[in-house]
Write a protein that binds this ligand. Structure first.
Ligand code: GDP
Length: 525
């Protein structure tokens, strides 16, 4: 392998930002893109009153710079790194694809609102990252506002998420009295809202300010020093290895909106975040530096616009180099394909990629060839990457065809959409009624839309609300245990699953039936 190829791969930093809506993901992303030179100034892309980007804003940026800034994958260069940020949609757009995106990254950045602490969606996404043991970097945001005491936030990380933390820096005050951060890692103080020339105060070997600086007179500085001493004595030790193993999260404080602490975060992050790592396959671990191209499909985006029936399959490159027009193998079917049409995403303005390496994401035009989880290989290679995990659905609907004469199309449509990974299929053990499971409401909407447009079937969806799904380890289960509060169903592989009405029903069931072993596939243990 040529040295330049090795350098290319090792320069890749592919990550996703995990957060709860409103924690500041959009704002932080924008600031990162600014540093990467991918956009010129923040004002140009700030969405109207809602503070959200519209798709068209991103496209506007693409036009301005002629680079790929899209809602799915954003790429920019900083120092010697090529950064790929993968979008993880939240709110109404939350779906299994959001989880699957985390299968394609090498690390994750977790944003926490300092006033709110850990929120529901952050926790869900965190758990998926945990399953893979990928490094997680934490950015505690909105320090320009009053928030919770930093020590309390770190304690919450350990208690709720079970991850140890190492604060790379520490706030000096907050809200109106926010003076900046004490940077343990660089042994300096970074001041908030001062001229660039005064931004940094270098600290001496004892980690303190030299004699005559005004900051020294401030009581908040003294308090920070005390807390730093406490961290030095009683806190976790810094460990590069434990960060890489996902056991220790480096924590950064800052304020994305005022662009404070973001550059320090980015630079430190790039130093410790991993480049593409070897990945498990049926042939053992595949080295990202190996010569042969390979990758897997982690997401398929159907076009909701009926004028464009095409889909895009998102492929994460895991080894070798992608070249447009290359021929690859699809081991699942044993077929060969020519990758003529590749794209770097987005609506009308898709730009064509000619070359990409391990760590990069490319979009492939799909006319129904690919399934989520498919591996593509090149040359004589014919292995498959590890299966993507099954994500525990939380929302369910009962589905039937409006027109009974359309049964054939109805079943064909469901089968294909389930295979493709758009939705999960369950059947009640008693009457074999069809239930669909999803992690986000959007999946049902996409399902309904595609059944009509692609299979010409109107479906009736009856909401069953949210359920707690638990798989059953035992081989034989007495079907009479099925009730409306603990509904017994088969998943599509014939495994038994109980759908509990709520947490109370789950606990009650476990107390009554201690011999039945239940588990959640998303719990890592
Ligand atoms: P997202 O939903 O996670 O993408 O969050 P946004 O980036 O859209 O931010 C949500 C709201 O929080 C917006 O009104 C932002 O202006 C605001 N916000 C983001 N970062 C900060 C920050 O550092 N300080 C303050 N005060 N507000 C912030």
């Amino acid at each position: 392998m040529s040295k330049s190829f090795i350098n290319e791969v090792q320069s890749r930093r592919t990550f996703a930002i995990i957060s709860h809506p409103d924690a500041g993901k959009t704002t932080l992303t924008e600031k990162l893109l600014l540093f990467g030179g991918a956009i010129r100034d923040a004002g140009t892309v700030k969405g109207k009153k809602t503070g959200k980007y519209a798709t068209s804003d991103w496209m506007e940026i693409e036009k301005q710079r002629g680079i790929s800034v899209t809602s799915s994958v954003m790429q920019f260069d900083y120092d010697d790194a090529r950064v790929n940020i993968l979008d993880t949609p939240g709110h109404q757009d939350f779906s299994e694809d959001t989880y699957r995106t985390l299968m394609a990254v090498d690390s994750a950045v977790m944003i926490i609102d300092s006033a709110k602490g850990i929120e529901e969606q952050t926790l869900k996404l965190f758990k998926v990252c945990r399953l893979r043991g990928i490094p997680i970097f934490t950015f505690i945001n909105k320090l320009d506002r009053d928030g919770r005491p930093p020590l309390e936030l770190l304690a919450e990380l350990e208690e709720v998420m079970g991850i140890e933390s190492y604060p790379m820096n520490w706030p000096i005050g907050m809200g109106k009295e926010f003076l900046g951060i004490y940077d343990r890692f660089h042994n300096r103080i970074e001041q908030f809202r001062v001229d660039e020339s005064e931004r940094f105060i270098e600290l001496n070997d004892e980690g303190e300010i030299e004699e005559d600086h005004p900051m020294k007179q401030n009581a908040l500085y003294d308090q920070t020093l005390e807390e730093i001493m406490l961290l030095n004595e009683a806190g976790n030790e810094f460990s590069r290895k434990r960060i890489a193993d996902g056991e220790l999260t480096p924590v950064f404080f800052g304020s994305a909106l005022t662009n404070f602490g973001v550059q320090t975060f980015l630079e430190t992050y790039l130093q410790f975040a991993p480049s593409p790592q070897p990945r498990e396959s049926t042939n053992g671990k595949i080295d990202p530096l190996s010569e042969n191209f390979s990758g897997f499909i982690f997401k398929i985006q159907a076009n909701m616009n009926p004028a464009h029936r095409d889909r895009i399959a998102f492929l994460r490159i895991c080894s070798g180099k992608f070249e447009r027009g290359m021929t690859v193998n699809l081991p699942r079917t044993g077929k060969q394909l020519k990758l003529a049409q590749s794209t770097q995403f987005m609506a009308d303005d898709r730009s064509t990629v000619n070359e990409a390496v391990s760590g990069d994401i490319i979009g492939l035009y799909d006319t129904g060839t690919y399934q989520i989880g498919d591996t593509l290989t090149s040359g004589k290679d014919s292995f498959q990457y590890e299966k993507l995990p099954q994500f525990t659905p939380e929302l369910f609907v009962r589905v039937t065809a409006k027109n009974v004469m359309k049964q054939k199309h109805f079943h064909k449509g469901i089968e294909q959409l389930v295979q493709e990974g758009a939705i999960q299929l369950y059947k009640t053990v008693k009457w074999e009624e069809i239930l669909l499971g999803a992690v986000g409401q959007l999946q049902f909407e996409v399902f309904e839309h595609r059944m009509k447009n692609e299979y010409n079937v109107d479906v009736v969806l009856e909401r069953q609300g949210s359920k707690i799904a638990r798989w059953v380890e035992n081989e034989n289960i007495n079907e009479s245990l099925s009730s409306s509060r603990s509904l017994l169903v088969n998943d599509r592989y014939g495994n038994k699953v109980f759908l509990f009405e709520n947490d109370f029903a789950l606990r009650w069931f476990q107390e009554k039936n201690p011999d039945i072993k239940l588990y959640n596939p998303m719990d890592s243990s």
